[in-house]
Design a protein around this ligand. Structure first.
Ligand code: SF4
Length: 460
């Protein structure tokens, strides 16, 4: 166990730096995952057969790899694996592969997902006929997918048409999720993406007419962004549209993205970025939005989130699986006893994905086997995002008190006024709500060092 002094020193050293790690939805991060050996591949396939078909809570993710050409090759901040779109025939060929991958995983036929997210990449590159074909493929691969409580389809504003939105609604999709990022044409153009505010507003109006819910993603901490320009975008959404969900998240600058390589000097500093978060949060609360996670704000009459809202808000350390299908899709399977699990990523180079599927192999690129300590951290990472957690829920899931397991870390976080401890409850403060990535780092500090020391990390 780490001493309080060590944890205090780590927190003091990191709390005023620009946050470089985005919020993690599981532990450990993919840099600790490795290409599978034949034995690991077999162990994973047996594990999912044993633990996934009867699961009650499953989030089903379906990936589409392509994005429109930008200059540079992908959006300036993007850290996702993507392929450049050159024509519709690529999507036809990809749908064939998706169907074939589905046949390699027959347990998906029994799965009853609670939520389905069709993401990417840019799924709304699909034409209406291709969307219908994708939905037929899903009918065959996972017949219960349409019964999920929340069906989401992701896309770029400029590529939605009224006809595409009507097709989505006709197929039972509940909401679209648009990665808008900036409601300012000039700032948006810094990412290399051609996108107009007018296109975003048009799609929101169509959604309202058709009866589709809509989530809009916006980024703060963007090059040359100021607090007034940020508030202006939020105000337009809050006051001029009926958008029901806004994800307002911090720019993650890293890797070989254009922003990391060439626009670092234009980024707001750490203090201004934190102030942007706090001002944005206060503005949305003042407009009647309910804060569901550190970055998610919902326009809702209900005081508490429902399964139709962001799902981290109501899982309470309950066992929940993620099954991914397609290019770069991630799966996350935990055993019934919550003692072990696998997290894996499908191939993220399209040629490799295709070769695996054509060879009738589950297209695994990276895998990681979680011990109990990793499972605990993984669930804790998700729960922390909901800004409140309870010791009783942790005990029920893991058979021990969160205070016994993470007592030192929680004490230091409480001293730093990032969390409030009150009886059974742990609540994040306003400062803690901004510092969720740092809170995750602190909670995982000991285990992360252990993994690095054991040379489990691929990057070190
Ligand atoms: S559209 Fe999204 S996934 Fe595609 S390059 Fe841009 S940020 Fe990345």
């Amino acid at each position: 166990m780490q001493s309080q002094d060590v944890i205090r020193a780590v927190l003091a050293e990191r709390r005023n730096r620009r946050q470089v790690n985005k919020i993690l939805h599981g532990f450990p991060s993919p840099r600790f995952w490795k290409p599978p050996s034949p034995q690991q591949r077999d162990a994973y396939v047996s594990f999912i057969k044993e633990w996934s078909s009867d699961a009650e809570e499953v989030d089903f993710y379906v990936g589409v790899p392509y994005c429109p050409k930008t200059n540079p090759r992908k959006c300036g901040y993007c850290l996702f694996p993507v392929e450049v779109f050159n024509g519709s025939n690529q999507l036809d060929a990809y749908l064939d592969l998706l169907f074939a991958e589905g046949q390699l995983q027959p347990e998906l036929k029994l799965m009853r997902p609670t939520s389905v997210f069709i993401g990417g990449g840019t799924p709304n590159l699909l034409k209406v006929g291709q969307m219908n074909r994708l939905f037929s493929i899903l009918d065959s691969v996972c017949p219960a997918w349409r019964k999920a409580q929340l069906l989401t389809f992701e896309g770029l504003p400029a590529l939605f048409t009224r006809e595409k939105l009507a097709c989505l609604a006709d197929n039972g999709i509940h909401r679209i999720s648009m990665g808008v990022q900036q409601l300012d044409d000039e700032l948006c153009a810094l990412s290399g993406r051609r996108q107009r505010v007018s296109e975003v507003l048009q799609v929101l109006q169509w959604c309202e007419e058709i009866g589709l819910n809509c989530n809009v993603d916006l980024i703060f901490g963007w090059p040359r962004q100021t607090i007034p320009s940020m508030i202006s975008g939020l105000r337009r959404l809050a006051d001029e549209t009926s958008v029901d969900h806004i994800t307002h998240y911090e720019l993650n600058v890293g890797g070989s993205s254009e922003f990391a390589l060439n626009l670092r000097h234009d980024l707001p500093d750490a203090k201004l970025t934190r102030d942007m978060y706090l001002e944005g949060r206060r503005f949305l609360l003042s407009r009647g939005f309910r804060q569901d996670t550190s970055y998610d704000f919902a326009r809702s009459d209900q005081s508490n989130p429902t399964p139709h809202d962001y799902r981290e808000c109501w899982s309470k350390f309950e066992r929940r699986l993620i099954r991914g299908l397609g290019f770069a899709a991630i799966s996350d399977i935990t055993s019934n006893s919550m003692n072990s699990g696998w997290t894996v990523r499908n191939q993220s180079i399209l040629g490799d994905y295709e070769s695996s599927v054509v060879a009738s192999e589950v297209p695994l690129e990276l895998v990681y086997f979680r011990k109990k300590v990793d499972v605990q951290l993984s669930f804790l990472f998700r729960e922390v995002q909901s800004l409140r957690l309870s010791d009783a829920d942790f005990r029920k899931a893991f058979g021990e008190s969160i205070h016994r397991r993470f007592g030192v870390e929680l004490k230091v976080l409480a001293e730093a006024e990032m969390i409030k401890l009150s009886g059974d409850q742990i609540e994040l403060t306003e400062s803690g709500s901004y510092h969720v990535p740092l809170i995750q780092e602190i909670l995982a500090y000991e285990r992360q060092n252990e993994l690095v020391a054991n040379r489990i990390c691929r990057m070190k």
